[in-house]
Design a binder for this molecule. Structure first.
Ligand SMILES: Nc1ncnc2c1ncn2[C@@H]1O[C@H](COP(=O)(O)OP(=O)(O)OP(=O)(O)O)[C@@H](O)[C@H]1O
Ligand SMILES: [Mg+2]
Length: 309
């Protein structure tokens, strides 16, 4: 018997798509299981939107296997699409209509009852503002309305292309919190972003696409584990520190504003600090390198650029 909970909602293998001479997607693969918040990451032009559009039947793949809800996409497209909500282009709303009226337009187009609009408004916390015109909405409220539109009709999977784009910091917080709560409501999320830092707090899984090619896929923790912990040090004696630490660190690197140390995994910041102090070296600054995950993302996308050349 198959474990229904573990059956992928989305499975893409070796996807390719060109527009004339432009190879938008060259070899993309993704597997998304129920309950995940899957972030498809890549720089501008990596092929994210193209891949999502193909999944939604808005563009045709040249090559590759696509399955939604365990069925090949080609044969069951309409059944599958009924179970998906999407926000692919930037959420555009009629400014002169109220939030609720905007959703009712979409409900009518999709053959959904008006109750679906009210349910979605409740989910994103826009009930109090539903009868206000969208032109008076804050950026965060517009972002939430975009999500409400994707949530119409209780989809099992929502596909959100750059859902945080164009939002101000409080809008980003609002939309992030809503996305984070979706798995509890039985909604699996596939979202795209060109910034790892932006989705790091919500994603459970990531797929990294570079130049149309999948570079990494796995739980966010796995990416974190691959990002070597680093320490940034400033002391009175960089030369001595270098001599002392070189044998115990995988990588040691001077920067303009201090000395960077890539730690060995088995040596804690405290242990390194103790050794330096015991050797009579004053440590003025010692901090874990918080951006290492972002560095890894850049490294993955840069290394790929080198190989492709
Ligand atoms: N309809 C189209 N016609 C021609 N070229 C296209 C079309 N759609 C996408 N492309 C090209 O395919 C490549 C991938 O584009 P895509 O929009 O999928 O990237 P993306 O990862 O979504 O980028 P961004 O972060 O900027 O949204 C780009 O070089 C783009 O110019
Ligand atoms: Mg895009």
């Amino acid at each position: 018997m198959t474990d229904a909970a573990a059956r992928p909602l989305v499975r893409i293998q070796n996807l390719a798509k060109s527009f004339g001479k432009v190879q938008a997607v060259r070899d993309a693969s993704m597997t998304i299981l129920p309950g995940q918040i899957y972030a498809l990451l890549g720089r501008n032009g990596a092929g994210k939107t193209t891949a999502l559009r193909i999944l939604l039947g808005l563009a045709r793949a040249d090559r590759g296997q696509l399955e939604l809800f365990g069925q090949p996409l080609a044969r069951h497209r309409f059944d599958a699409l009924r179970r998906i909500g999407a926000m692919v282009e930037a959420p555009s709303a009629y400014r002169h209509l109220t939030g609720r009226e905007n959703l009712l337009v979409t409900c009518r187009l999709r053959g959904l009852a008006a109750a679906a609009a009210d349910d979605a408004l409740a989910l994103v916390g826009l009930v109090d503002a539903k009868n206000r015109k969208v032109k008076g909405y804050s950026l965060g409220m517009r972002g939430r309305l975009g999500l409400a539109s994707a949530l119409l009709g209780s989809p099992e999977l929502v596909i959100l292309d750059e859902p945080l784009n164009g939002l101000d910091p409080s809008g980003i917080r609002e939309v992030r919190a809503l996305i984070k709560a979706m798995p509890e409501r039985g909604v699996t999320v596939l979202l795209s972003s060109h910034q790892l830092g932006e989705v790091e707090q919500v994603a459970t899984h990531v797929g990294i696409l570079h130049d149309g090619i999948s570079r990494f896929e796995g739980p966010l923790q796995e990416l974190r584990a691959a990002a070597k912990p680093a320490l940034r040090l400033r002391t009175t004696s960089d030369a001595r520190v270098e001599t002392m630490l070189t044998p115990m660190c995988t990588q040691l690197e001077h920067t303009a504003d201090g000395l960077w140390v890539l730690q060995e995994p088995n040596r804690s910041a405290a242990a390194i600090n103790r050794e330096l102090v015991q050797a009579g070296i004053d440590v003025h600054h010692l901090e874990p390198h918080a951006a290492s995950l972002e560095d890894l993302f850049l490294e993955l996308t840069d290394a790929a650029a080198g190989e492709a050349a």
